[in-house]
Ligand binder design. Structure first.
Ligand code: PGA
Length: 243
């Protein structure tokens, strides 16, 4: 199975979503059993978003680590489960950097999502400084170990490797780096879950000109796409790497 997941971040209007949906439908993406599409949508549009096709996953971009109560502005995992969301991004580098989200919060969020059967899509990645210092693996291992501590190992999660320096910058990790790093993550996840089935996505400036090489990499199970997922034509071009 390959995964093509768009992360719309804080973008799109209701009108733009309608137009996006119309354009994607026009392409008549063939329904392939081995490709799963999904979109992480801003909260306000989740309920109103007509599914592009019934086989497209709809997810959120963040969740509270609390159950419910006096947390103004927050949305709980039980709410996401209540409206039938398929997945929720956790630990995106923008949340870690701009909102000071810690590994401990990421861990609590994953546990809450599991409780309500919303699949966590865990983002991990090193900063440019850490990359240049050669500490990528050490950083990723710490993020993985802390995020997955005490979670339910019988439930599925997805992990996205997103080098922070590649997000929204137009820079991508080399295919060799992606392959080696995804292989490292896979080996660590195997130790934790006791199997090899956790999908590993790559994210960071994926676009139509690099998606072929990224998606045909044996260690990579798909892509988490930010900027290019806002444009229906680009999104479809990326997806068509798989058809
Ligand atoms: P980008 O974002 O594709 O715009 O680099 C990826 C992400 O933040 O998930």
């Amino acid at each position: 199975m390959k995964y093509i997941i768009g992360n719309w971040k804080m973008n799109m209007s209701a009108g733009e979503i309608v137009e996006f949906t119309r354009r994607v439908k026009k392409y008549k993406i063939p329904r392939k059993r081995n490709v799963q599409f999904g979109f992480a949508v801003p909260y306000v549009y989740i309920l109103g978003m007509a599914k592009i096709q019934d086989y497209v996953w709809i997810g959120a971009q963040n969740v509270s680590e609390h159950d419910n109560g006096a947390f103004t502005g927050e949305v709980s995992a039980s709410m996401l489960g209540d409206v039938g969301l398929d997945f929720c991004i956790v630990g995106h580098s923008e949340r870690r950097t701009l909102f000071n989200e810690t590994d401990e919060q990421v861990n609590e969020k994953i546990k809450k999502l599991q409780q309500y059967d919303v699949m966590p899509l865990l983002c991990i990645g090193e900063t440019e400084e850490q990359y240049e210092a050669g500490s990528t693996k050490e950083v990723l291992l710490k993020q993985i170990t802390k995020a997955l501590d005490g979670i339910d190992k019988t439930k599925d999660i997805i992990v996205a490797y997103e080098p922070v320096w590649a997000i929204g910058t137009g820079k991508t990790a080399s295919i060799e780096t992606i392959r080696e790093t995804a292989g490292f993550i896979r080996a660590e996840l195997r130790k934790i879950f006791g199997h090899n089935d956790t999908p590993i996505l790559y994210g960071g400036s994926v676009n139509p000109s690099n998606s072929d090489a990224i998606l045909h990499n044996a260690e990579v199970d798909g892509a988490l796409i930010g900027g290019a997922s806002l444009d229906a034509d680009k999104f479809v071009q990326i997806a068509s790497s798989l058809f």
